[in-house]
Design a protein around this ligand. Structure first.
Ligand code: FAD
Length: 512
């Protein structure tokens, strides 16, 4: 039976994070009637929580800031770290399109350089970083759209009031993209509308079935559907199945609405999927409300596992630390949680977490423990006192000599980026002043990174490697171009936005 369509657009975009709104803006600016469907009452998804760093090598904003970079160097680096795990053509499409995307978006987004080093010592690395981010946006400019912008993470997930007069980071990114979309006059944006499934007619995706206020809607896409509905961060069952981790609900980085609808819909129409065992990992401080907050930039302390031993360089970039936690846990020694041990020289946790933990509330919840001696602390966290004692004194020896003979902390420039110690190695701060503290850290993530396999324009590939006509997937709904690694700050958003731009350009009139 022919589908009775309720609504028609040229391009239908599912989701409203950075990738989605970039695709929608590109399509609308190209003159396409564009419809954005967002499941929740807010636009922005995880992207609205983010720092909005965008890894886009060789662009003019970097040049303007005096940063030496090029597409060739960016590509050399991406190849070196992602290797053959993802197609070379996909890597090339990402990096070579970055400058053009920034040219296209800069007037609307008003970018500036964000200094933050690449995460691996590999050829082509930008030691000072090659990230950019949108300039802050006065909230008043958003007008009525402000009420539809997902609030910052500390407000949304932890109930911490926040001044929203000036929007920064992901708030500015989504705010600026919403304004840009509105200015095109070609875009309709809907909240409260959930894609249930994709509609296929004669082997082509022609639209989708959605739910809006309890009603079923059939939405036709004349040119194509772009699925940008995030990952399956908040689907504990899927995470257990695909990622094989116990108690997989630490991922509170994404809004609760990222339950894997995209993955289900894409699989149902025959999309090949990849990298579903991966996430953009990070260590995360577990909060009393059960959420776990992305933690980076350690200025002190060590991480110990259930037997009281260090297991990695604590200053590693967060995704690499996440992999270390996973690998450590796989040895049979529990690394879930690990304990972050530090001393009285720090009044809060020595690292960056949004929001900052409140020691009293954490203590009441058993997530922060304190003792006058290292042995006493070991007892409080249930690890062998002799082992923790040895771990701490060995580490203090490293702090005195400036050399971490076990894990080489402080040797890489990233390790020193946040370091503030005043000893011979600023990343090694001794743990010697009572009282001693231990805070629970779990394996968190900034999003899952597995989804539909895509081609260079975000076109969704079937198991036979051929594109499924009319269907595109971007952002965390797609298998990441980065494969198993997190190359540098801003790759999740930067790559999602590039492939959104490419998909929308392919859907110009006459495109598929
Ligand atoms: P999202 O932004 O999560 O958007 C998905 C949207 O789809 C959501 O709004 C959701 O409600 C909607 N949706 C879900 N299902 C449906 C459905 N069935 N129908 C309609 N809509 C649906 N990355 C960077 O690159 N740079 C950074 O600086 C950075 N900082 C970060 C800081 C924090 C604190 C966190 C948590 C993450 C950070 N990340 C950063 C990671 C990055 O934010 C995410 O990986 C990225 O935003 C994911 O984008 P997305 O468009 O795939 O999904």
């Amino acid at each position: 039976m022919p589908v009775q369509w309720d609504e028609t657009a040229d391009v239908v975009v599912v989701g409203s994070g950075g990738a989605a709104l970039t695709a929608a803006y590109t399509a609308a600016a190209n003159g396409a009637r564009t419809l954005v469907l967002e499941k929740t009452e807010y636009f922005g998804g995880t992207s609205a929580y983010s720092g909005s760093g965008l890894w886009l090598p060789g662009n003019h904003v970097l040049r303007r800031a005096g940063v030496e970079d090029s597409v060739a160097r960016g590509l050399e680096y991406l190849r070196a770290v992602a290797g053959d795990r993802t197609p070379a053509a996909l890597q090339e499409a990402y990096v070579s399109t970055a400058p053009e995307l920034v040219e296209f978006l800069d007037p609307a987004l008003e970018f500036e350089f964000l200094s933050f080093p690449d995460y691996f010592a590999a050829p082509g690395r930008a030691p000072g970083g090659r990230g950019i981010c949108p300039k802050p946006l006065p909230a008043a400019e958003l007008g009525a759209r402000l009420a539809q912008l997902r609030p910052p993470i500390s407000m949304d997930q932890y109930g911490v009031p926040q001044d929203r007069e000036t929007l920064t980071g992901g708030q500015a990114l989504i705010g600026r993209l919403l304004l840009a979309l509105d200015r095109t006059g070609n875009a309709t944006l809907r909240t409260g509308t959930r894609m249930r499934s994709l509609v296929v007619e004669d082997g082509r995706v022609t639209g989708l079935e959605a739910e809006h206020e309890g009603r079923t809607l059939f939405v036709r896409a004349e040119r194509g559907v772009i699925v940008a509905a995030g990952g399956f961060e908040r689907n504990a069952e899927l995470r257990r199945e695909l990622q094989g981790l116990p108690g997989a609900d630490w991922s509170s980085a994404a809004p609760g609405s990222n339950t894997g609808d995209a993955l289900a819909a894409l699989r149902a129409v025959g999309a090949a999927v990849d990298l579903t065992d991966e996430s953009w990992w990070c260590p995360a401080v577990l909060f009393p409300n059960g959420h776990a907050a992305f933690t980076l930039g350690l200025r002190g302390g060590v991480f110990v596992n259930a037997v009281g031993e260090r297991f990695a360089n604590e200053s590693l970039p967060y995704d690499q630390m996440g992999h270390e936690i996973r690998a450590g846990h796989a040895t049979g020694v529990s690394h879930l949680p690990v304990w972050w041990i530090f001393d009285a020289r720090f009044t809060g946790t020595p690292g960056m977490t949004q929001p900052a933990p409140d020691p009293e509330a954490f203590r009441a919840a058993g997530l922060w423990r304190t003792a006058d001696t290292v042995a006493g602390l070991a007892e409080r966290i249930g690890v062998p006192a002799d082992v923790l004692g040895k771990t701490v004194s060995r580490f203090n020896g490293f702090a005195a000599s400036g050399v971490d003979a076990d894990f080489h902390r402080g040797e890489d420039l990233y390790d020193r980026f946040f370091a503030a110690g005043d000893g011979p190695n600023p990343a090694l701060v001794p743990i010697e002043r009572a009282p001693f503290h231990a805070v629970q850290v779990v394996l968190g993530d900034l999003g899952t990174k597995g989804g539909a396999r895509i081609g260079v324009d975000g076109e969704v590939l079937g198991e036979d490697g051929a594109a499924i006509p009319g269907l595109y997937a971007i952002g965390n709904s797609a298998a990441s171009v980065a494969g198993h690694v997190y190359p540098g700050p801003g790759v999740p958003l930067g790559s999602g936005m590039v492939f959104g731009y490419r998909a929308a350009n392919r859907l110009r009139a006459g495109g598929r």
